[in-house]
Design a protein around this ligand. Structure first.
Ligand code: PBG
Ligand code: ZN
Length: 322
């Protein structure tokens, strides 16, 4: 009680504040997404994601070197496919875009952790995350296909498999497929609570996905927090090594509740719409981008995240490099 207790005592100087700080963000925590476009010579800047481009497949090795040399230690790869079909069969071939971009990235920077986003929406002509049966995404066929895609990614050299389709039983199916193929040590980072969110808009433009309808029959309803705990508990029981909450900013309550409910490392996905909000507000002069970025990333850590997927990873690298 005041006057014995004065919380301002520990805020008097920068060194005191640093001594008692509860949270820190490190470049070691960050994962940088890269969009890789096949059959293209030109890098195309993305109008709704300032600073981010689609990288032609032929330039991926250089891009990955640049990112690694900047001090970033992990990337997640997203293919921009010119060979879409009803199944997303491009992802199931050992010479398809998924396999090729992983191999190229690992060859260019073997020290980099390469995360394979394991889904179908960038490779299906209808834009859904799996196989359609009468207009509805068929769960049990899709999880078998996810298992096959995970094995393709593992054999191409991926370091982490990250299924993002929100199918029931997908983690178990992938674990089974990986183990049967001998990849018993391959970690699974599950997009365990991926919400049906309108914050993915810039990503869908970037990835050239052509979605008919929406994903509310498989992604989570954003009104539900307890259900996110159920999704996460199931994925943990199915063998997930890392859980994920996506998007990040609007879902930090879920992160904190999950932090209390599960001992697994938690990743947050600071999605494209959140990135756009930061960039455009800064461009308009409304906020200081560097300061808000640091505040945002710190908030993710304070909420309980260990890992952060963020388009701002290179910006943060420049920031800590002084
Ligand atoms: C694909 C995938 C998406 C994102 C990550 N993986 C797109 C989607 O679900 O529509 C979104 C990331 C972002 O908005 O930055 N399964
Ligand atoms: Zn998907």
């Amino acid at each position: 009680m005041f006057p014995q207790t004065r919380l301002r005592r520990l805020r008097r100087t920068p060194v005191l504040r640093d001594l008692v700080a509860e949270t820190a963000v490190s470049l070691d925590d960050l994962i940088y997404p890269i969009f890789v476009e096949e059959e293209e010579d030109h890098r195309s800047d993305l109008a709704t994601m300032p600073g981010i481009a689609r990288v032609p497949e032929q330039d991926l090795a250089d891009e990955v070197r640049r990112v690694a040399d900047a001090g970033v230690r992990s990337v997640v790869l997203f293919g921009v496919s010119h060979h879409k079909d009803a199944v997303g069969s491009e992802t199931l071939r050992d010479d398809g875009l998924v396999a090729r971009m992983i191999t190229t990235a690992k060859r260019a920077a073997p020290e980099l952790v390469v995360v394979a986003d394991t889904c179908f929406c960038e490779y299906t002509d209808h834009g859904h995350c799996g196989v359609l049966k009468d207009g509805y995404v068929d769960n049990d066929t899709t999880i078998e296909n996810l298992g096959r895609q995970a094995v393709i990614a593992a054999e191409a050299g991926a370091d982490i498999i990250a299924p993002s389709a929100m199918m029931d039983g997908q983690v178990a199916a992938i674990r089974r497929a990986l183990d049967a193929a001998g990849h018993t040590m391959m970690p699974i980072m599950s997009y365990s609570s991926k919400f049906s969110s309108d914050m993915y808009g810039p990503f869908r433009a970037a990835g050239g996905t052509s979605l008919e309808g929406d994903r509310s029959t498989y992604m989570m309803d954003y009104r539900n927090g307890r259900e996110a705990l159920r999704e996460s508990a199931l994925d943990e029981a199915e063998g997930a090594d890392i859980l994920m909450v996506k998007p990040a900013l609007l879902y930090l309550d879920v992160v904190t509740r999950l932090r209390d409910a599960s001992p697994l490392p938690i990743c947050v996905y600071n999605v494209s719409g959140e990135y756009a909000m930061l960039k455009f507000a800064a461009q308009a002069g409304a906020i200081d981008e560097d300061k808000v970025l640091l505040e945002m990333l710190t908030a993710f850590k304070r909420a309980g995240a260990a890992l952060i997927i963020t388009y701002s990873a290179l910006d943060f690298a420049r920031l800590v490099d002084g």
